[in-house]
Design a protein around this ligand. Sequence first.
Ligand SMILES: NC(=O)C1=CN([C@@H]2O[C@H](COP(=O)(O)OP(=O)(O)OC[C@H]3O[C@@H](n4cnc5c(N)ncnc54)[C@H](O)[C@@H]3O)[C@@H](O)[C@H]2O)C=CC1
Ligand SMILES: O=C1[C@H](O)[C@H](O)[C@@H](O)[C@H](O)[C@H]1O
Length: 334
Amino acid sequence: MLRVGVIGCGGMGRDHIRRLTEKIQGAEVVAVSDVFEESARKAAQICGAKVYADSKELINAESVDAVFIVSPGFAHVDSLLQAIEAGKRIFCEKPLCTTAEDCLKVVKAEEAAGKHLIQLGFMRRYDKGYQQIKEALATGEYGEPLILHCTHRNPEVGTNYNTPMAVHDTAIHEIDVLHWLVDDEYESAQVVMPRVTKYSHSELKDPQIMMLRTKKGVCIDVEVFVNCKFGYDINCEVVCEDGALKMAQPAYPSIRKNATVSSAIDTDCFVRFKDAYDKEVQDWVDNAEAGVITGPNAWDGYLAAITADALVKAQETGQIEKIVTAVEKPEFYK
Ligand SMILES: NC(=O)C1=CN([C@@H]2O[C@H](COP(=O)(O)OP(=O)(O)OC[C@H]3O[C@@H](n4cnc5c(N)ncnc54)[C@H](O)[C@@H]3O)[C@@H](O)[C@H]2O)C=CC1
Ligand SMILES: O=C1[C@H](O)[C@H](O)[C@@H](O)[C@H](O)[C@H]1O
């Protein structure tokens, strides 16, 4: 039984604690930590874990085999470096870190440790809809991908949510899953700002159209609209030489009533990607014992960070910004 310590007991942390406690085979939560100890105490009631006031103490506890990092992105780097030093298996929620520089520190530390310790919480690679498209592309029946049209719509966000967060907190999912989907690397980024919705605020330009070009010339547009009001609406269409593949939507019944036809739309990621979260965490647990990482890793986190940096720069300049890695991909990650 993998004994897991969870750092960060907020919305996503509690969702993962419930998952590890009620759904996942082969793991149990034995420790929780949060800077607000009350949050940790509430989380401990879900799983009966020990509460640690200090996350570093949790990481180094003999009773903890593996660490689940679900604190805010800015706090990931310290916990990651401490957990690598302690030789613990790590599941880190996205993003790996909030700067490419910190991501590179983590990559170098894991490489120096000589063991693949980190799986990153880019769960969309485990979503059935994206996997179906990737499998269809792999058949060659539709030719090469040319254009991707995507949407990432949230019903609403808080006033603490600002323009750059649309990239490094929200579109970071598309950044990771889309180049994986078409098996390519990014070359450049651009952002177009439409008219701002009345539901936004002074620090947030919403919606945004983010565009990415890959090295093979695939052009991707992602509408990021975080105050769309009507639901949590994730779409992906891949236009190919011999056909177009539109990602399947969650199956809800089509309801006829009062001279109306309707069907539900999810309202958050926890429901929309529930199965994907379950699969990514079970994959991590199954592989932790064997000491391998088959999911997104720290290098994927670094690539996502440099692409996010280019998109944030493009938000400011309105220009096409190049995406370049500071270092070659280490053999360790090949
Ligand atoms: N994969 C996905 O679809 C999603 C991933 N996330 C990710 O999960 C992480 C947490 O997000 P949320 O739960 O939504 O945030 P949240 O703000 O609801 O919870 C974060 C928790 O971490 C605690 N915290 C802050 N600094 C800490 C530190 N240094 N050490 C320990 N705990 C600390 C806070 O007190 C809070 O309880 C973020 O990295 C976020 O990007 C969040 C939502 C969806
Ligand atoms: O990671 C997430 C969620 O998965 C949602 O898709 C985003 O909209 C949210 O901003 C982010 O925290």
